[in-house]
Design a protein around this ligand. Structure first.
Ligand SMILES: Cc1cc2nc3c(=O)[nH]c(=O)nc-3n(C[C@H](O)[C@H](O)[C@H](O)COP(=O)(O)O)c2cc1C
Length: 158
């Protein structure tokens, strides 16, 4: 999958890592660390919040959104579950209310799975997150599922 050039590469950028893994210090978050390298970022673990299925109230959704909004650089990291994003991420996204809070931000995605070939999962995840990016006016820079791609994505960031 081709990566596009970043629009945010400044020292003072607000960088947020939305971690959609049940393991706050698991492989997904280790990949995020590799992605940001020396740059500072804020990690928001969906597993630390109680966000119910849609139709069952909003729970702590606003607490998460308030940390994610106004990011210049948003990294969404998800483990691959059934060739798709985790339920944590899907449930969070089901609550999204389209607005301008992230307009102009750069979106990077890490999809972390144990299979060797992730092309199908990456296509699926790319589809739904492209939809998210276009509705919110966000630049989708790229999606990485291997260490090599994480390093290539990092080159876009700095
Ligand atoms: C419910 C479930 C479904 C999974 N489905 C897939 C899958 O479809 N493809 C894959 O490569 N790995 C799959 N895995 C493995 C996880 O993606 C893998 O263990 C990942 O590294 C976990 O990241 P973490 O350390 O951040 O939790 C699945 C794991 C679970 C628990």
């Amino acid at each position: 999958m081709k990566f596009v050039n970043a629009t945010h590469r400044n020292e003072n950028d607000k960088r947020v890592f939305l971690n959609a893994s049940k393991n706050v210090g698991g492989k997904t978050s280790l990949m995020a660390k590799d992605f940001f390298r020396n740059l500072t970022y804020q990690q928001v673990n969906l597993a630390d919040y109680d966000i119910p299925q849609v139709g069952k109230g909003t729970g702590e959704y606003d607490q998460v959104w308030n940390q994610v909004k106004n990011a210049d650089v948003l990294l969404i990291g998800t483990p691959i579950y059934w060739s798709d994003v985790s339920g944590y991420l899907k449930t969070f996204m089901d609550h999204l209310d389209v607005n301008d809070d992230l307009k102009g931000a750069d979106l990077y995605v890490i999809a972390q799975g144990m299979a060797i070939d992730q092309s199908e999962a990456v296509n699926t995840i790319y589809g739904s997150l492209s939809h998210f990016a276009s509705r919110f006016g966000i630049h989708f820079i790229g999606i990485a599922s291997t260490e090599k791609e994480v390093a290539q994505l990092n080159e876009k960031l700095q």
